[in-house]
Design a protein around this ligand. Structure first.
Ligand SMILES: [Zn+2]
Length: 212
């Protein structure tokens, strides 16, 4: 059973995804990482991706799907996949569904549910070590880095305006995708407002019933 992982910025999606990958020994598809990996490879797909990235263009959906297809063909037999950061839009969700069906793969979508207000709150209060770049969540109360004692500063990309743009893209483009999975009865909702380890606990308790 493959999992398509969703969560608004600040929901801890990446963190939880990596925990699930280890816990259930799954393959991990993260669009950005796959693009970077392919761009460094000597293959026709790799060259195509490299060209697009170097030109600064957005990678078109058909190429993203080619990358997914390539990933599916290489994944170990019997191994489930976590999809992180895909699909972002309805058109992509439709292509992905088609591809997964063609490959006889079963899947469910998982949303780490977090309100827009809490996402905004977490992102604007997140700080980064000015020295070693370690990221500290809003819940961290210290003034300096635990690793190197560097000064903690608000991340420059975390200014309210850019955060708002990212959150709005999620609400306008990705929420309809999540709704689509919900309508198909494929959506698992997890309370993302909890502490990280509580989210993990709820995820694993829920997924144990489905994956085992
Ligand atoms: Zn540091």
């Amino acid at each position: 059973m493959d999992l398509i992982l969703f969560g608004i910025q600040g929901s801890g999606k990446g963190t939880q995804g990596k925990i699930l990958k280890e816990h259930y020994d799954m393959a991990y598809f993260e669009t950005g990482a796959q693009l970077r990996k392919l761009a460094s490879e000597e293959s026709s797909l790799g060259h195509k991706v490299k060209e697009i990235i170097e030109a600064g263009h957005l990678v078109p959906n058909e190429i993203v799907m080619e990358i997914v297809e390539d990933f599916l063909s290489k994944v170990q037999d019997g191994k489930s996949i976590i999809f992180d950061g895909i699909p972002r839009k309805i058109v992509q969700a439709e292509s992905l569904a088609k591809l997964l069906d063609q490959n006889n793969r079963e899947y469910k979508a998982v949303i780490l549910d977090l309100s827009e207000e809490e996402a905004l709150n977490r992102l604007t209060k997140r700080r980064i070590c000015s020295n070693c770049k370690e990221v500290y969540p809003a819940s961290y109360k210290g003034d300096s880095c635990e690793k190197c004692e560097g000064e903690l500063v608000t991340r420059t990309d975390d200014n309210a305006e850019s955060i708002k743009v990212r959150i709005e893209a999620f609400i306008n483009e990705t929420m309809p995708v999540i709704k689509m999975y919900e309508d198909k009865g494929l959506l698992i909702k997890i309370n993302g407002e909890q502490e990280i380890d509580e989210v993990t606990k709820e995820l694993i308790e829920t997924l144990d019933k489905i994956l085992k």
